[in-house]
Design a protein around this ligand. Structure first.
Ligand SMILES: [Zn+2]
Length: 176
């Protein structure tokens, strides 16, 4: 509960406490007993390929502005993880993609974030920077800006895709 008012009854009699039978401290309304649960944020995205190239986006916003990332972002309410990954690719690179497989799930518990990464394929080669990107491009593996990668999970996902590429068996990767 970010506001000091209870979202259920509007009371401002909200305190931080461990509810009976619970293990974590929560914001609890003392008038109606509403409990606010704060849970991890979910990030969805994809390693998007076109032939032997990878779609990368140069971030136009902080954090890590000017560094390269995969099309990914926060899942919206009432949105499937696949639709979220498709939306993010369009928002960041005007890329029309098709979701192939689940590639990896990373649990970034230090920042309470779960990342769900797919392998996707670009349907049309036309891409251009969306509002959150300074530049977008299709790069062969060797030409990816490895020294300017925005987040560790971007490298994990690319490496996991590379590892996965020639395997027959289905395998979902998690954090190293
Ligand atoms: Zn209340």
């Amino acid at each position: 509960m970010k506001s000091k008012f209870c979202p259920n009854c509007g009371s401002n009699n909200v305190v931080n406490k461990i509810p009976e039978g619970d293990t974590h401290s929560r914001q609890v309304c003392m008038d109606c007993n509403y409990i606010e649960y704060e849970n991890p944020k979910i990030v969805v995205g994809s390693v998007c390929t076109f032939k032997n190239k990878f779609l990368m986006c140069k971030r136009a916003i902080d954090p890590q502005k000017g560094l390269w990332t995969l099309p990914a972002g926060y899942l919206e309410n009432n949105e499937s993880v696949q639709d979220g990954a498709i939306r993010e690719a369009y928002e960041e690179a005007y890329a029309k993609i098709r979701i192939n497989n689940l590639l990896a799930i990373y649990s970034l518990h230090h920042i309470s974030q779960i990342q769900i990464l797919f392998h996707s394929e670009l349907i049309e080669e036309n891409i251009k920077p969306g509002i959150e990107s300074l530049e977008v491009g299709l790069f062969e593996w060797e030409n990816i800006h490895w020294d300017k990668i925005a987040f560790p999970s971007v490298k994990w996902a690319l490496d996991n895709f590379r590892e996965r590429q020639n395997l027959d068996t289905f395998k979902v990767f998690s954090n190293p």
